[in-house]
Design a protein around this ligand. Structure first.
Ligand code: HEM
Length: 405
């Protein structure tokens, strides 16, 4: 059996076929990472969950790795911005992770997300009002601008700066290390100034709440942690949400009868969003874990210090866990997918992403009688990269007549 190379993901024309091949093998197997170094690929659902739920055996801290590599140097990040990119929630283990997560969770509450709903709806309406009658790229006009506006609104970044954030976000995920470093530097400088301004005059945004937040023992977030967290929210929350909005829409464009069903029953949209996340979740692979001691998993022994790569895409299509695992069933009821992870690192923005997707699809279905592809399916391309994201999605949208209730 040949070892799969994740680097092939950067050039494959068909990500689904790539993952289907990897998923057909044993649930834990040897493979190669993007830099061609050896990793254990955890592709089965139960095995992925076992790793996520056991931070005592699997660490997110790079220093646990036996052949410790300088990841930051490999990524080409300059020293002045590297710590802001590496010292993030996703790279921490308990107890540091628990401390940071507890502080952030005090400010980033479900209530805060719920209170954003009317603003998110207004942003969606503004973008949809501007849709042209002729075919257009819905990624450019809708899926890409919406999540960055929402993150800026959440943090309390002034509206006029949103376009700069959008450019920085694109730079942060660009394959060019120079563009990445410039964007990270731009954001770090901007955030330092914004924190000063919020300190002087607070508001009801998340950043002001994070500045104020204190633990029961008086512990609070440092400026560096605040900047790093803001960067993390943008990095973790922008492109992922762009992806679920556009990939989810593509699933609907290819299923006119499902569009009709959902138009007739908008309460069925949340279940459809869950299935979109299962079959086309943007986080195809997890941040790397490292075995803290020799661990038995899926019939193999993973030696202490070895890197362990969970593959969410194959876990979410594991036929041992999901009926009709390879089919898209938009009214699936039993759907405990791992698109947002699980355990202590479970996605902090899950309820925000769900709210955005729910409001976006409800609005698109209500405002348009028909949504169709403006091109043949073959021309739809994934953006080459480590995350799943459509480069463009040309659509034709037929407006529903205005309702006078
Ligand atoms: C559809 C959109 C999204 C998807 C699919 C997604 C997916 C994920 C996944 C899989 C993880 C866990 C990674 C792991 O440990 O293996 C994660 C963590 C995280 N996500 Fe999301 N995410 C989304 C949107 C967001 C948004 C909107 C935000 C915030 C604005 C966000 C912030 C975070 C943060 C801060 C973490 C790290 C949590 C920790 O390590 O404790 N995500 N996300």
């Amino acid at each position: 059996m040949t070892e799969p190379h994740l680097a092939d993901l950067l050039t494959t024309p068909d990500r689904d076929a790539f993952w289907a091949e990897i998923g057909s093998a044993p649930p834990v197997r040897r493979g190669r990472y993007f830099d061609r170094s050896p990793v254990w690929l955890v592709t089965g659902y139960d095995e992925a969950l076992a790793v996520l739920k056991d931070p005592g055996s699997f660490s997110n801290d790079i220093n646990t790795r036996k052949d410790s590599v300088d990841v930051l140097a490999t990524a080409g990040l300059p020293e002045d911005v590297a710590p802001y990119m590496s010292e993030t929630l996703g790279a921490y283990d308990p107890p540091d992770h628990a401390r940071l997560r507890r502080l952030v969770s005090r400010a980033f509450t479900v209530r805060r997300v719920e209170s954003l709903r009317p603003r998110i709806q207004t942003m969606i309406d503004e973008l949809v009002d501007d849709f042209p009658d002729e075919p257009f790229d819905v990624v450019e006009r809708f899926a890409h601008p919406l999540p960055v506006r929402v993150i800026c609104e959440l943090l309390g970044v002034p509206g006029e700066d949103t376009e700069r954030w959008r450019q920085w976000s694109s730079g942060l995920t660009a394959p060019d290390p120079g563009a990445m470093a410039d964007s990270a530097r731009g954001l770090v400088t901007y955030m330092s100034e914004l924190i000063e301004r919020k300190r002087a005059a607070g508001d009801d945004g998340l950043l002001s709440a994070l500045i104020e937040v204190r633990d029961s023992d008086g512990d609070r977030l440092t400026d560096r942690e605040l900047i790093s967290l803001s960067l993390t929210l943008l990095l973790a929350g922008h492109e992922t949400t762009v992806s679920v909005l556009s990939e989810g829409l593509l699933l609907l464009l290819n299923r006119p009868e499902e569009q009709e069903r959902l138009r007739g029953d908008l309460n069925a949209v949340p279940a459809a969003v869950e299935e979109m996340l299962r079959v086309a979740g943007p986080a195809e692979i997890a941040p790397m874990r490292y075995a803290k001691h020799d661990v038995e998993l899926g019939g193999v022994t993973i030696p202490e210090g070895d890197p362990v790569q969970i593959v969410y895409t194959t876990a979410n299509r594991d036929p041992r866990r999901f009926d009709a695992a390879d089919s898209t069933v938009l009214d699936r009821q039993d759907n405990p997918h791992l698109a947002f992870g699980n355990g202590i690192h479970y996605c902090l923005g899950a309820s925000l992403a769900r709210t955005e997707a729910d409001l976006a699809f409800r609005t698109l279905l209500t405002r348009f009688d028909a949504l169709g592809l403006a091109t043949t399916g073959d021309e739809i391309r994934w953006q080459p990269g480590t995350a799943r994201r459509l480069a463009a999605l040309p659509v034709r949208a037929t407006r529903a007549p205005a309702r006078h209730d």
